[in-house]
Design a protein around this ligand. Sequence first.
Ligand SMILES: NC(=O)C1=CN([C@@H]2O[C@H](COP(=O)(O)OP(=O)(O)OC[C@H]3O[C@@H](n4cnc5c(N)ncnc54)[C@H](O)[C@@H]3O)[C@@H](O)[C@H]2O)C=CC1
Ligand SMILES: O=C([O-])CC(=O)C(=O)O
Length: 348
Amino acid sequence: MNKILARSFSTGANFFASGKGKAPVRVAITGASGQIGYQLLFRIASGDMLGKDQPIILQCLELPGAMNSLKGVAMELDDCAFPLLKGIVQSDKPEEAFAGADYALLVGARPRSKGMERGDLLKANAEIFSVQGKALDKSANRDTLRVLVVGNPANTNALIAARNAPNIDPKRFSAMTRLDHNRGLAQLADKTGSAVTDIEKFCIWGNHSATQYPDINFGTVKGKSLVNTINDQKWVKDNFIPTVQQRGAAIIAARGLSSAASAASAAIDHMRDWTYGTNGQWTSMAIYSEGEYGADKGLYFSFPVIVDNKGKYEIVKGLKLDQFSQERFDATRKELLSEMDGVKELLP
Ligand SMILES: NC(=O)C1=CN([C@@H]2O[C@H](COP(=O)(O)OP(=O)(O)OC[C@H]3O[C@@H](n4cnc5c(N)ncnc54)[C@H](O)[C@@H]3O)[C@@H](O)[C@H]2O)C=CC1
Ligand SMILES: O=C([O-])CC(=O)C(=O)O
């Protein structure tokens, strides 16, 4: 099923955000009627991701059994009368949903439930990303495409999707560790009695999993060393790092469902920053490794990155990892290698 709504808006409240003059960009979202999708679509359509002057066509992919639910979501999107929303595609066919896509947010996958690790989803979800990688290769806009994999285990699913899209630059694929990054910022701001915007040069290394390494060693708060300001290595080791690593499980324990609004918010942050830049600030993105810092070439590994105002990311270079950091870096690197080994039959 494929439905495109043509729209035009001109006056009143729409005046300031009509996006007149710019051509619409195509944003594909998989799992569009799921928990995260339901948060994401409305924020993208309102301009939170690409700005209040960028018209959008939403291209939603769902499973055949969820098309009715997707229809309801599309009706709600209509009812918001978003000035920037120029069309909604509803499809259960990946190639159709990805046709001409400039952005693809690959969310649709099974979430974990209580007691599971994200890696337990590997077999359940891997096939989805192999099919979708092939479909992106055939129908997306290869010259502009930015892919964010949210569905877990996100790093390895990004690897599968990218390897199944041989005609697309692997650097156009990424996986989401921005939620972990934001979780870390919130904990650090709380601990130091500062605002999240006061914290700089914090990063997540490795996998979006319990082995990820939230690293404060280069961090600053209001320009002063975070390590010296906190002055409590025990808190960092026994409280901060495990809190960030286990936050997803803590949300599941509390809500009975995995994080959704915060995940959607992080996806918006990731894509916005990848497009418009980070103003010289560090953020964390799981991206194609060329072997930086000893992360094996080809893995999708979270690094500290800076994105310029043309949307080009660069890994922060020249950082020295101490022994404590190196051990954690190696643990998450090894987990990613073992996940890769577990899906090798899906990696052309
Ligand atoms: N990387 C991150 O930081 C985070 C990742 N996640 C992951 O995001 C994924 C989605 O989570 P929720 O939205 O909460 O799950 P959900 O179960 O509420 O929604 C998933 C949606 O995907 C759809 N879907 C499943 N297979 C599909 C396919 N092959 N093509 C298109 N649609 C498909 C389902 O019909 C469903 O509507 C999960 O794997 C979850 O673990 C969740 C939070 C954070
Ligand atoms: O923990 C989960 O399963 C969902 C997720 O990835 C997160 O909240 O970081």
